[in-house]
Design a protein around this ligand. Structure first.
Ligand code: ARG
Length: 568
């Protein structure tokens, strides 16, 4: 990036401070110490000087005072020592140079090429076929996709993999349920709902008659041995499910590069099992084959069941090897609920013990579990909300609001879709990912306060101002005078830093919260600073700020999977 934004300014300051502080801390350490004071009266940036004290044998207040006097950078207008802090006020010229640069770069602002030549594979969404696609999958789907977009923004080559849960004993149950109570017509008409109905019924009936479980096991065994009829049924179940999932992915604007699911690895596990055996890692435990992980304070990783069939970890190991061979990834990121954290820790360790030198490129990104009304989500008891239903409710509500407030809007349906879906995603991505949460429909569909619709509306407001301004909004000079202008410029200057930390911490919520900062700063600026006069006179400088805000908001919203309608 050519722009001198907040990250670069911090580096400059840090180098300057390092030269004045006898090398007690490195420039990198100093840059990390620089913080944004909560109150603008305390400056744009502040450096706490406590960590220099010991090495320099001086009191922090003394060090701050020395730095305030001696720090000299054209970007810093004023420096002030207060209680051991060095408060820095950025010179207006810095913002005045930055804003036209943002305008010139447009949606390229904040991007970088630091990831160039490196490949990151994202395993996300990955629902289990013939089971409902519900709000429990919202996390993996939107966090996964947002992380992929964030990495792309920094130049990484990204591969999105939907590791469909398309193999396992549940297919034995589904096949036997279908034979007993299902029909081709009913499945064709009902799609996944009908498959789920059959699956739920199977569990109900198997409670009364456990022999059904043996029947299901036998059906799965037939499927595994390549039985033609069962294979055809299985393929059909997968197709029907995938068609349904794709409707939701379309709504979210998500495309995957690969849909290779668990079934793809059935013939790729033996090689890994042989290697495990060769390395002496396998142990028999009550008939099952395991890798003992007690030395690492973990329960054993299950490789083969008593009957010799493979398990979830076995397939994950084979899939990781395949992906390393196919994509030569620098990182493989798996996004799942934290309920699976142990599973990932176990098989990552097994990959290490197997001697694969890329074991440390495997990254598990967990997110908190979701409950409804305090209860766990459960397909069998019906305590689930389908993603499809959630999004339709959001779109419907949005359409009603548009019809009430802006009935003349062109493309009402399309806008309602963008805003309704956006509301749900924004709501979800606002909290740090690891937090457990209880799902509340009303909150998820709220349009008031700090919500997706508010953020999208702010973007649309920028568009409408620029449209009204016409040629007056052409790129030009920008002067920063009012506090509201300065705060907005400063907020915009943090974008790249936010993206970088979101990537480093695998945390899309950093971007979501940043969007709210931008929206708040823009709306204050809009209230306090006249942009377009009643007489048609436009403030050309302020229009540059509007353009820069539009660019940053547009990019940031895209990074968390929200669309950006120009009119709402
Ligand atoms: N299908 C699994 C589930 O719904 C998630 C798969 C996650 N990815 C993986 N490589 N294990 O729980």
């Amino acid at each position: 990036m050519t722009v001198c934004d907040m990250t670069e300014l911090k580096e400059k300051i840090a180098e300057n401070v390092a030269a004045l502080t006898e090398g007690v801390l490195s420039a990198g350490e100093i840059a990390a110490l620089l913080e944004y004071p909560p109150d603008a009266a305390m400056g744009d940036l502040a450096l706490p000087c406590f960590r220099f004290a010991k090495g320099m044998r001086k009191a922090p207040a003394q060090i701050a005072a020395m730095l305030a006097e001696r720090l000299s950078l054209e970007e810093i207008g004023r420096a002030q020592a207060v209680n051991g802090y060095l408060n820095l006020f950025v010179a207006p010229a810095f913002w005045e140079r930055l804003i036209p640069e943002i305008v010139a770069l447009g949606e390229k602002y904040g991007r970088s090429e630091e990831g160039c030549g490196r490949t990151v594979v994202f395993d996300y969404s990955s629902p289990n076929v013939a089971k409902p696609f519900h709000i429990g999958h919202l996390g993996t789907t939107v966090i996964g996709h947002s992380l992929k977009k964030l990495h792309e923004f920094l130049g990484y080559t990204c591969v999105g993999i939907n590791y469909l849960g398309d193999w396992g004993t549940q297919f034995g149950k589904e096949i036997s349920a279908f034979r007993r109570w299902g029909s081709k017509e009913a499945v064709e008409a009902g799609g996944v709902d009908e498959l789920v109905r059959l699956y739920v019924r199977f569990h109900e009936e198997a409670e009364a008659d456990p022999s059904l479980n043996d029947e299901a096991r036998a059906e799965f065994h037939k499927l595994e041995s390549g039985d033609e009829e069962n294979t055809a049924l299985w393929k059909w179940f997968v197709e029907i499910s995938l068609a349904e999932y794709k409707k939701t992915y379309d709504l979210l604007g998500i495309e995957f590069d690969s849909y290779l699911g668990e079934s793809f690895y059935t013939d790729k596990m033996q090689e890994q099992i042989d290697l495990l055996r060769e390395k002496g890692l396998l142990k028999l435990d009550d008939g099952a084959t395991i890798v003992d992980l007690s030395a690492y304070s973990m329960p054993p990783c299950l490789i083969l069941k008593r009957d010799g069939s493979t398990l979830y970890p076995t397939r994950d190991i084979a899939a990781a090897v395949y992906r390393q061979r196919t994509y030569h990834f620098d990182k493989a990121v798996y996004v799942t609920s934290s309920a699976q954290s142990l599973h990932f820790a176990q098989w990552f360790k097994v990959v290490e013990l197997m001697g694969y030198d890329w074991y440390d490129r495997l990254v598990h990104v967990p997110y908190g579990t979701l409950s409804i009304g305090g209860a766990k989500l459960a397909t069998r008891t019906g305590n689930v909300i389908l993603l499809r239903d959630l999004f339709s409710a959001a779109i419907e509500k949005c359409l009603a609001v548009i019809n009430e407030k802006n009935p003349g809007l062109a493309e009402k349906e399309k806008t309602a879709e963008a805003v309704g879906v956006g509301a749900v995603i924004f709501h979800y991505l606002l909290n740090s990912r690891i937090k457990d949460s209880d799902f509340n429909m009303e909150d998820a569909l709220s349009f008031e306060g700090n919500t997706g619709p508010y953020a999208q509306y702010t973007y649309a407001r920028c568009c409408s101002i620029l449209e009204k301004a016409g040629s007056a909004a052409a790129p030009g000079r920008c002067t920063i005078e009012e506090p509201a202008e300065r705060i907005l410029a400063k907020t915009l200057s943090r974008f790249y830093e936010v993206v970088k930390s979101a990537v480093r911490e695998y945390e899309p919520s950093f971007v979501t919260r940043y969007i709210l900062d931008v929206a708040a700063a823009f709306n204050k600026f809009y209230q306090e600073c006249r942009i377009l006069g009643a007489d048609g006179q436009a403030n050309l400088s302020r229009l540059q700020l509007v353009r820069a805000t539009k660019a940053v908001l547009g990019s940031a919203l895209g990074l968390i999977c929200l669309k950006t309608p120009e009119k709402i």
